[in-house]
Design a binder for this molecule. Structure first.
Ligand SMILES: *Cc1c(COP(=O)(O)O)cnc(C)c1O
Length: 423
């Protein structure tokens, strides 16, 4: 039996309507930006396996670090115990994070990193005797699928079934070009409500919304307004972190510093599930007390898994290497060339580039559903051509592993042009 058939008998996939979706492709192995399925067909992974894989599949440097750590200490509980990989990773990240970040809290995935941030925001005020239980988030935001993260997310079909059970979120427009004034005005109005604890945002690029981009200056203004009103700011860098914007973090483009940051996805170099929520000293201090009840009672079985930390440390070595730093600039340059080429295309409404992220919107008559028929048609075409791209609605984006070669990236671009010609 094929992997696809065996899978059909026992597995329920994420974000999948099993009645209408294509059967999943059984992948046997990966190397660099390439993957091979059980029939030997080759695919270019042009979206870094959901934005997690910066340094290529089966990277020997990462594999070696993981293997060594597995043979030294695979895991130990993190309540009451600590270990060198977590400490070393924290020390190294502290040098790279905005200078106001001072304590790191570990969990397992992007959604839990966001849960930790939201819970901390509420308890920060609770510990000070202040009642605040609402958050501000952008329209079409995506912060994950657990309850708090889902509440903060604004892509409605992800959350429709649960909308009566979610915490209260006030939504403001994304400050895309032309909308900056509306966004700032909406923020000023929301900040009149003194029950708002925090503002959570994807800095500069909203990934799941279809790589929607906006400028740092307006985010600086929004963050400054929050500071004036004692509202904590949470920069969700789960997608943007570790080089996607060329700088290590999207927050490196800002003048303001967030109170908290969430990191995951590329954190462990595309290998193991792990995430981090980082905090200012001021937030940590609001939990530091003789009263045990003021502590943050949150944790996960695999908190700060040493193997995940070892992978993350090896990932930082690669990210800071000349080779990868050059690659980030090379990919960005290629994207800009592709953008110029497509700006003339009759079927392209607009294009966007930030770091290694490229996006284009197709001109369509009406609104396209996130998982609508245009999207499915495009997805199936790309797969048939051996290119993994997952369009959202009418948006096609590329977010490749940083090790993708020019030749491979060229093939991805050619395939996109082929798809535009076909529709
Ligand atoms: C993917 C993502 C999350 C959720 O991370 P998971 O590891 O999938 O739970 C949260 N925030 C942003 C910005 C993301 O892109």
């Amino acid at each position: 039996m094929s992997l696809t058939q065996r899978d059909h008998n026992c597995i329920w996939h994420p974000y999948t309507q099993h009645k209408t979706a294509l059967p999943p492709i059984g992948i046997k192995k990966g190397k660099g930006a390439l993957l091979w399925d059980e029939n030997g067909k080759e695919y270019i992974d042009a979206i870094a396996s959901w934005w997690v894989n910066p340094y290529g599949h089966s990277n020997p440097y990462i594999a070696d670090a993981i293997y060594k750590q597995l043979n030294t200490l695979e895991h130990v509980l993190f309540g009451g115990f600590t270990h060198e990989p977590a400490i070393e990773l924290s020390e190294r990240l502290m040098k790279l994070l905005p200078s106001n970040q001072s304590k790191l809290f570990f969990s397992d995935n992007g959604s839990t990193a966001v849960e930790v941030a939201i819970k901390t925001a509420f308890q920060y005020f609770f510990n000070k005797g202040i009642k605040k239980s609402k958050i501000i988030a952008f329209e079409n935001a995506f912060h994950g699928d657990t309850f708090g993260a889902m509440a903060a997310s604004g892509i409605s079909f992800f959350t429709n079934a649960f909308k009566d059970s979610l915490l209260e979120v006030v939504r403001i427009p994304v400050p895309v070009s032309g909308q900056e004034g509306n966004s700032i005005q909406a923020m000023k109005e929301v900040l009149q409500d003194n029950e708002v604890a925090a503002f959570i945002f994807e800095p500069l690029v909203q990934g799941a919304a279809g790589m929607v981009m906006y400028e740092p200056v307006v985010l600086d203004q929004l963050m400054a307004l929050c500071k004036e009103h004692d509202v904590l700011t949470i920069a969700d860098e789960v997608m943007t972190g570790f080089g996607k914007t060329i700088k290590i973090f999207a927050c490196d483009y800002l003048q303001q510093q967030p109170d908290m940051m969430t990191l995951s996805k590329a954190l462990t170099a595309g290998t193991l599930p792990m995430s981090i929520t980082s905090f200012t000293q001021e937030i940590f201090d609001a939990f530091y007390d003789d009263d045990v009840n003021k502590a943050l009672f949150h944790g996960h079985s695999f908190t700060a898994n040493p193997v995940g930390c070892a992978a993350a440390l090896a990932g930082l070595d690669l990210l800071q290497s000349d080779e990868i730093q050059e690659s980030l600039k090379r990919i960005n340059k290629r994207h800009q060339e592709f953008q110029l080429q497509l700006n003339q295309h009759p079927k392209v409404k607009c294009t966007r580039v930030m770091g290694v992220i490229f996006a284009l919107e197709i001109k369509t008559a009406g609104q396209q559903d996130y998982y609508g028929s245009l999207r499915n048609q495009l997805y199936e075409y790309f797969i048939s051509q051996g290119v993994i791209l997952r369009p959202v609605g009418a948006t096609i984006y590329i977010l490749p592993p940083y090790v993708i070669t020019d030749e491979q990236l060229g093939r991805v671009c050619q395939t996109i042009i082929g798809a535009l010609d076909k529709i």
